[in-house]
Design a protein around this ligand. Sequence first.
Ligand SMILES: Nc1ncnc2c1ncn2[C@@H]1O[C@H](COP(=O)(O)OP(=O)(O)O)[C@@H](O)[C@H]1O
Ligand SMILES: O=P(O)(O)OC[C@H]1O[C@](O)(COP(=O)(O)O)[C@@H](O)[C@@H]1O
Ligand SMILES: [Mg+2]
Length: 319
Amino acid sequence: MKRIAVLTSGGDSPGMNAAIRAVTRSAIYRGLDVIGFRRGYEGLLDGDGVPLTKSSVGGIIHRGGTMLRTARSDRFRRPEGINEAISRLREYDIDGLVVVGGDGSFRGAWALHEQGFPVAGIPGTIDNDIAGTDSTIGFDTACNTALQSVEKLRDTASSHDRLFIVEVMGRSAGFLALEVAVASGAECVLVPEVPFHLEHLCEKLHYAKQRGKTHSMIILAEGVMSANQLASRLKDTGGYEARITVLGHVQRGGSPSSFDAVLASRMGASAVEMLLEGQRGFMVGYVNQQLTSCPLPTAWESKKPLNHEMMALVEALSI
Ligand SMILES: Nc1ncnc2c1ncn2[C@@H]1O[C@H](COP(=O)(O)OP(=O)(O)O)[C@@H](O)[C@H]1O
Ligand SMILES: O=P(O)(O)OC[C@H]1O[C@](O)(COP(=O)(O)O)[C@@H](O)[C@@H]1O
Ligand SMILES: [Mg+2]
């Protein structure tokens, strides 16, 4: 292997820059050239590659977003897109590609692998919805960003004796919502993995009030329904007046936490080492505090389970 490429794809996440830096510097350290493709698979199809050097990835480890930018690419999904991408990689003399992204990006990387192209995946998404790794790059930072906001909202909720609904990201995964709910001491958490029952939620709020609670926080993952919808259903069914806050894309920005910067650095370096060892079509994972690798389809073939003990904890600790 003489030259590898790296790209970031799907939703950005804090720590992606640290991963780009680690891939680049460890590859150069091992005598390889590195090309960065801008705007994910879209940029790969456009041939938008730039040489990455030791200095061009300097000063980025602490920066949120991704210096290579990212995109979602419909063109790439088509069979001709995959073949075109491989032609582009060959034009650039690339021997291996490192994809930093989520489950969708890994499906794309697997399609390249199935056409015989060497690929490695590094899990980068705030959703943490990737099986085969305990944590994805950006999840810890997003939890801390959301937590800061929930703590501020708790101040005003308690001062005014109010009910708040805080909508966090997660179209089909409740990892972020659950982590933030436990860390903030929220009264309720609603996640896509657990069926939602309005009556049950109203009962909970009712009993909380009876026990003397003057304010409550509901952490809602966006995949369940919007905060607006939940607020109007709570009003119609239980007569509850809720204030709502939608945290939105603020959760995707900011400097990576030390956990994410270290995770990204370790995963980036491992991806290069594993490619050099001859591994193909794999994802780097972090399981029980060890770096691991698994076949890319592990990421989406099995659904990563939510921690049910943590779900129960939200109930038990908000009495
Ligand atoms: N089944 C698939 N086959 C090929 N490419 C895919 C597939 N699913 C997703 N992709 C590519 O990966 C990109 C990023 O996927 P997306 O699901 O948006 O983000 P993430 O990787 O963060 O989950 C998509 O825009 C598309 O180009
Ligand atoms: O930035 P967009 O296109 O609005 O996407 C929002 C989605 O991206 C995420 O932030 C991250 O998801 P992916 O990592 O799968 O792209 C989700 O939590 C959220 O639902
Ligand atoms: Mg995804």
